[in-house]
Design a protein. Structure first.
Lengths: 482, 488
């Protein structure tokens, strides 16, 4: 079986009779089995996926198929799918089944996507290495001793390893972009309010966004145009019309791009990542774009601000997992209070408990102003300063991560170092603006590196078109290693 | 545990109330689940009410409309920019582990209402009115080893009306709560039923030396489920707190429970055990932006409120403030009164009939005015017949009205004839009754002649008794006086 990289290739082969969708589904199911050690999937919906293939194949041949017909997709184990399990990588929801589907799932299915399974992730999307999953860590397909990134580690590896064509992840502070970078695939974090969160289990409500992971910008654009848009169930979604991103990928003209000198000078920046970024700056300049340094003296505040706010929100969002109504209830509980204490102590993992406790602390009487309220103020400053840069510039360019994929177990015992790995992704999250990570070659050890572009609110059309252009520019003179 | 009058003179009671009113919307505040009462356990639920993973709230516009109407009716400033916050605490009937409420920017601020008590009219300031969701219900007595939880009520819309500590007696607190109940019923936003919990009240109670500027430590008494229990709890707390202070102790700032059976308060939570609710802005809901035009439209659409209506009755119909207050205590009663006066210009008599015989009849039957079969027109007709001297008030109220209730379709004149209630215009017979009454009490006749006019009532009563109420009291009165004068 051909290694399909784009939906258009699948569609062409089905139309020409060279490919049967049923065979494609079986191919992915075999790949999942063969690469089971990667631990990308928590559950495979094998029978359902097989059953869905024939009718969709027929629709394709009849010309009545939806936009995503032929796409075999995996969803992060944080997105509700009616009648299916959803554990959010946690023991506390290990045997929980959703009674309803997320809006994004409804929209995928309405356009004839085939959902092949749910993908491993850090527990409640808290983590940058996928090592915080109750179902065990996911391994990077490029190097099995390395992490895939997180929290959407399973989503990135599934696409990287060809276990499905594309996937959905969620991005709160980089959880789509960072694993996409570590795995050498395309990951998009849309504008906050672009995609409905209805049926997406909340980590930090004012940050969370569902985003596509794919091998190509084209497929990511197509998925985004399907899942985005107003939703009666989520009042934080914008009613702005959704452009047909996939049809507007032709890029023309010269752009003004900012890069942040503080990023290139930051202490933890890997030399090869730095070289990759400088290489991108040079290429773009050489192709006639204006690329200039714009100072952003707030870089050191982005990580603490992000963590204070997301921990605060998560401490409240995760209160519902209390052993009373659904999910794990400790067999050792004897009354209401011990039901809470024991179910939550036994049901949540260490990182989740750490964030709940810190989040509870920053919202407590006497500390609220010093932490939560101040972090909100800093968030507003970061947002307005970032928007200011984007008034004069079409994009901000920066590496997705300060380093390539790190080793499994390398940072897990040092949460602060782990948090600092989010330094380049949380700026767009704090500002609520769209960002993309695209593959920009490998380092000398063969590990993928990701380049990130950020743009203004609802600037996805330009962002996607420019990213596709950059990938083509890069492919014309690929770098073997930095 | 009575305290001395001396202590009562020394200490002033200070009360502020927090009243929760369940809004009479069809659906819940943040979902399309039915908000109705009485469905089977957990029937009115969905992922939102159940707090399932991934569910999100969505504001019901009707709730905002009702809250604004209440704010306008209570002279509040409407915050065009307001927002929801989360109040975090764990309880079994709170499925999300937090309640969505309004903390920092409530929808209504700084209002006031007027209350009337024996001691006169007073203005009570409102601090705020905010919107929030109700919790579910825990039932601890339905199963031998477990508590059962019904989430039908979870997400039912509430407004919380918070007064300033302006109330100075149990009577004032009762008058305030009565007024709030009247207002929500007039607006049609809440049925005001305290027994079913549609209207609930917590009281913040403290005492201080009369003339003191600062407040004493306050106790919050929870879940007062009737106006009577509110008064009992306040009276109990006043005495308890005064006694403690007189004994040289300080009041602990506790949350208390009032036991209606014993009439005693007990500690629910001490200050040290008070929850830290960790309020913060609800990120799942956008802040609300209300347009000035919309609020102005709502202001125009407000119905006439009880206070305005009572004032109109005093001005236009020359009723006493007391009668006007009684008439407007329930919107349906006032509406009935207004129907009666469409058919008679004797406003005073119409008011007397509505708050008198009709109200007592309804009270006896335990029914309400909407169930009354007798038409307003019939009541007006009875009033005219009395005015025309065809029937007297006591016969009309005690005999004719109950008969009419039983046979609302019967013609009034026929009933009067059939029941033999018309005033006897035969003066021979009347003279006979008067002679008989006067002959029974020669000593009273002597007293009258000595100038004791008060005995006249005795003779009148006797004449009425003998005539079985069928005489015109005015004529009878005149004839009795003439007869007595003639005996001098």
């Amino acid at each position: 079986m051909k290694d399909y990289q784009r939906l258009s290739e699948v569609r062409d082969d089905i139309q020409s009779g060279a490919l049967n969708l049923d065979d494609l589904v079986n191919h992915y199911l075999q790949r999942i089995k063969a690469e089971a050690h990667l631990n990308a999937f928590i559950e495979v919906f094998a029978e359902e996926a097989r059953a869905a293939a024939a009718p969709i194949q027929q629709k394709l041949l009849n010309g009545t198929a939806g936009k995503l017909a032929g796409m075999v997709i995996g969803i992060k184990d944080i997105i509700c799918y009616k009648g299916h399990g959803i554990a959010v990588g946690s023991k506390i929801l290990e045997n929980y089944k959703s009674i309803y589907s997320a809006t994004v799932v409804e929209r995928l299915l309405a356009e004839d996507a085939i959902i092949i399974g749910r993908l491993n992730c850090d527990e409640f999307a808290m983590g940058g290495s996928n090592e915080n999953s109750y179902f065990g860590p996911v391994k990077n397909y490029a190097d099995n001793t390395k992490v895939p990134g997180g929290s959407s580690g399973g989503s990135a590896v599934a696409v990287q390893a060809g276990l499905c064509l594309a996937s959905l992840g969620t991005d709160t502070g980089g959880s789509v972009r960072q694993p996409a970078a570590f795995c050498g695939v395309v990951g998009v974090k849309p504008t906050y309010g672009r995609v409905s969160r209805h049926g997406v289990v909340a980590y930090a409500s004012s940050f969370d966004q569902v985003g596509p992971i794919a091998n190509s910008v084209e497929d990511a654009a197509l998925i985004l145009e399907v899942i985005a848009g107003a939703d009666e169930f989520d009042s934080t979604v914008s009613s702005q019309a959704v452009p047909a991103y996939s049809e507007k990928l032709k890029f023309e003209g010269k752009k003004r791009i900012a890069y942040l000198p503080e990023v290139l000078e930051s202490a933890g920046l890997d030399p090869e990542v730095k070289a990759m970024t400088e290489n991108a700056i040079e290429r773009l300049r050489a192709d006639g774009h204006t690329v200039e340094p714009i100072s952003f003296p707030y870089l050191e505040y982005v990580v603490p601000t992000y963590y204070i706010l997301t921990m605060a929100e998560s401490s409240s969002n995760l209160a519902r997992y209390d052993g009373v109504h659904y999910g794990y209830r400790s067999p050792n509980a004897t009354d209401l209070e011990s039901t809470y204490k024991k179910s939550r102590s036994e049901g949540f993992g260490a990182e989740v408990k750490r964030r709940i406790m810190l989040g509870t602390f920053v919202l407590s009487a006497g500390y609220y102003d010093a932490y939560y309220a101040k972090a909100q103020k800093v968030r507003n400053i970061i947002r307005s300063k970032t928007e200011e840069i984007l008034k004069d510039h079409d994009f901000i360019l920066l590496p997705t991560t300060p380093t390539p994929a790190f080793g499994l177990g390398e940072k897990i015992s040092d949460p602060l170092t782990m948090y600092l790995a989010d330094i380049f992704t949380v700026q767009a999250s704090l500002a609520g603006i769209p960002a993309i990570s695209i593959p920009a070659g490998n380092n000398s050890a063969g590990l993928p590196l990701g380049l990130q572009f950020i743009t203004k609110r609802f600037g996805e059309t330009e962002l996607l078109a420019f990213s596709k252009y950059y990938l083509e520019l890069f492919a014309s003179q690929p770098v073997v290693s930095y | 545990m009575k305290i001395s009058d001396r202590a009562t003179d020394k200490y002033e009671l200070v009360v502020g109330l927090e009243v929760h009113a369940q809004l009479a919307t069809n659906s819940k505040i943040f979902s399309s689940d039915s908000a109705s009462f009485g469905a089977g356990p957990n029937q009115n639920t969905s992922p939102v009410s159940l707090g399932l993973p991934g569910s999100l709230p969505k504001i019901n516009r009707k709730v905002v409309e009702y809250a604004v109407k209440l704010g306008l009716a209570t002279n509040c400033r409407i915050n065009l920019e307001n927002r929801f916050d989360r109040k975090n605490y764990f309880y079994a009937d709170l499925p999300k582990g937090y309640q969505i409420t309004q903390d920092q920017l409530p929808i209504c601020k700084d209002g006031h209402i007027t209350i009337r008590t024996k001691s006169g009219e007073r203005t009570v300031r409102l601090n705020r009115i905010h919107m929030e969701e109700d919790a579910g219900k825990s039932m601890h007595d339905k199963h031998n080893s477990s508590s059962l939880i019904d989430l039908n009520r979870a997400g039912v819309p509430l407004v919380e009306i918070v007064s300033e500590p302006d109330l100075r007696s149990a009577e004032e607190a009762a008058a305030y709560l009565t007024e709030i109940r009247k207002i929500v019923r007039y607006l049609g936003i809440c049925d005001g039923n305290m027994e079913e919990g549609s209207l609930r009240c917590d009281a913040n109670i403290s005492v201080r030396l009369k003339g003191a500027e600062s407040f004493g430590n306050r106790c919050e008494v929870k879940n007062l489920n009737s106006i009577r229990n509110l008064q009992r709890a306040i009276s109990y707390e006043y005495e308890r707190q005064v006694k403690l202070i007189e004994a040289g102790e300080t009041i602990s700032q506790n949350t208390l429970n009032f036991d209606a059976a014993s009439g005693v308060t007990s500690v629910l939570r001490s200050k040290e055990m008070a929850y830290d609710y960790r309020y913060f802005p609800e990120p799942d809901l956008q802040p609300l932006h209300l347009s000035k035009e919309w609020v102005e439209e709502l202001l125009k659409s407000l119905p006439e409120l009880p206070e305005q209506r009572a004032n109109r009755y005093v001005t236009n119909y020359a009723l006493s403030a007391y009668d006007a207050g009684l008439l407007t205590s329930e919107k349906a009663i006032a509406d009935f009164f207004e129907k009666v006066i469409q058919h008679t210009s004797n406003f005073k008599a119409a008011a007397n009939w509505v708050v008198g015989p009709i109200q007592s009849y309804l009270n006896e039957q335990g029914s309400d005015i909407s169930a009354l079969q007798v038409s307003a027109q019939s009541v007006a007709r009875i009033i005219s017949l009395i005015d025309e001297g065809k029937i007297n008030f006591s016969a009309a109220s005690q005999q004719l009205f109950p008969a009419l209730v039983q046979n609302p379709e019967r013609d009034i004149t026929d009933l009067i004839a059939e029941m033999n209630l018309s005033i006897d215009t035969n003066s021979d017979e009347l003279v006979k009754f008067i002679d008989e009454a006067i002959s029974q009490y020669p000593d009273k006749v002597a007293e009258f002649n000595k100038g004791k006019k008060g005995v006249l009532g005795l003779f009148m009563g006797e004449v009425m008794r003998l005539s079985k109420g069928k005489i015109d009291p005015k004529t009878a009165n005149k004839l009795v006086v003439e007869k007595l004068e003639s005996l001098k």
